[in-house]
Write a protein that binds this ligand. Structure first.
Ligand SMILES: Nc1ncnc2c1ncn2[C@@H]1O[C@H](COP(=O)(O)OP(=O)(O)O)[C@@H](O)[C@H]1O
Ligand SMILES: [Mg+2]
Length: 283
C-alpha cells in the first residue's frame, strides 16, 4: 500500500467549493448476493475512470478489506473505532494499491456493536457524522464516491449505512427467490427515510451472477424488470469465476483479469451509474 500525494490520514485533500461526494450504500440482507464483489469492483472501475473513491467496510467479516489487500493484521484501526470512539475516517483509511481507491477497513469487533450501543441515543447516526461532519475536511469533500459495503443483515450497521447514504444500490442475485426479501429491504429503506434520512434515494438494482446458460437466470431478470422497471440497471453482472478468484490475490477483478466478462460488466456498471448520476443532477 502506498499513500503518495495524500494528507497525513492517507486520503486525498479536500477541494474547496466542490460538490460533495455521493455516498452509496450497497445493501441486501441476504448473504452471498454480490454486495462485496460489487463494492470492490464498482469502486475499482470508478477509480479507473478518474474518480476518488472511498470504500467503507461495515461487514465484521471484512471481506472487502481483505479482497483489497488489507488483511486482518493491518486492521488495528477500523470502522469499529470510527463508530465507537468517533475516530476520524482519515485516521483509519488506507490506500489500496495504485488506484485512487481508499479503504476504511472493518474489524471483527464490529459484530458486537449492537450490544455496545444498546442505549446510546445517536447510535444510528454515527457513520453519518463521521462522513459528513468530521472536521473542516469531511470525507464527502475528499471523495467523488463513498461506497459502503453492508453486512448481510438489517442490523444497526446497515441502519448506520442507510442513515449516512445519499442512495442505496441493491445487488440482486439471479435466482428463484430474488424478489423475496426485497420487500423487507424496501420497508427498511422507507422507515429510514421517515425517521433518519429523508434524502435517501434508490440508486438502483443490479442483477448479479447471471448465468446465460440457465433459463432461470433469464426468467428472473425479466421478472425483476417487469416488477421494478427503470430502477433496474441495464448492466447485468455475469457469473464469472475470475471475479471469485480475484480476492484471494488481494486484487479487484478489474486488476486481476481486466479483460474477463466480469471486469467488463463492472466497467459498464460504473459507466451507467455515472451517466444516471449526470442525468439526475441535470434534472
Ligand atoms: N459475478 C460473480 N461471478 C462469480 N462469483 C461471484 C460473483 N459475484 C460474487 N461471486 C462470489 O460469490 C460469493 C458471494 O459474493 P459476495 O460479493 O461476497 O456477496 P455478499 O457480499 O453479498 O455476501 C463470493 O465467493 C464471491 O466471490
Ligand atoms: Mg459481503
Amino acid at each position: 500500500m502506498i499513500s503518495h500525494g495524500t494528507n497525513s490520514g492517507g486520503i486525498p485533500a479536500g477541494r474547496a467549493g466542490r460538490m460533495t461526494g455521493r455516498v452509496i450504500a450497497l445493501a441486501n440482507q441476504k448473504g452471498g448476493v454480490g454486495k462485496t464483489t460489487t463494492a470492490i469492483n464498482l469502486g475499482a472501475a470508478l477509480a479507473q475512470s478518474g474518480k476518488q473513491v472511498l470504500l467503507v467496510d461495515l461487514d465484521p467479516q471484512g471481506n472487502a478489506s481483505t479482497g483489497l489487500g488489507i488483511g486482518p493484521e493491518r486492521r488495528t484501526a477500523s470502522t469499529y473505532h470510527v463508530l465507537t470512539e468517533g475516530r476520524p475516517i482519515a485516521d483509519v483509511t488506507l490506500r489500496s494499491g495504485d488506484l485512487s481507491l481508499f479503504v476504511a477497513p472493518a474489524s471483527a469487533d464490529l459484530a458486537g456493536i449492537e450490544a455496545e450501543f444498546s442505549d446510546t441515543a445517536d447510535r444510528s447516526q454515527r457513520l453519518r457524522a463521521a462522513l459528513r461532519n468530521d472536521s473542516d475536511n469531511p470525507p464527502t469533500h475528499c471523495f467523488d464516491y463513498i461506497i459502503i459495503d453492508c453486512p448481510p443483515s438489517l442490523n444497526l450497521l446497515t441502519v448506520n449505512a442507510l442513515a449516512a447514504a445519499d442512495t442505496v444500490l441493491v445487488p440482486l442475485q439471479c435466482e428463484f427467490f430474488a424478489l423475496e426479501g426485497l420487500t423487507q429491504l424496501l420497508g427498511t429503506i422507507k422507515r429510514i427515510q421517515t425517521r433518519l434520512n429523508p434524502q435517501l434515494r434508490m440508486q438502483g438494482i443490479v442483477l448479479t451472477m447471471y448465468d446465460r446458460r440457465n433459463n432461470l437466470s433469464a426468467q428472473v431478470a425479466e421478472d425483476v424488470r417487469l416488477n421494478l422497471g427503470d430502477t433496474v440497471y441495464q448492466t447485468i453482472i455475469p457469473r464469472n469465476v475470475r471475479l471469485s478468484e480475484a480476492p484471494s490475490y488481494a486484487l479487484p477483478g478489474l486488476l486481476y483479469d481486466p479483460h474477463c466478462a466480469g471486469s467488463e460488466a463492472y466497467r459498464a456498471l460504473a459507466g451507467e451509474l455515472m451517466r444516471r448520476d449526470a442525468a439526475l443532477i441535470a434534472a
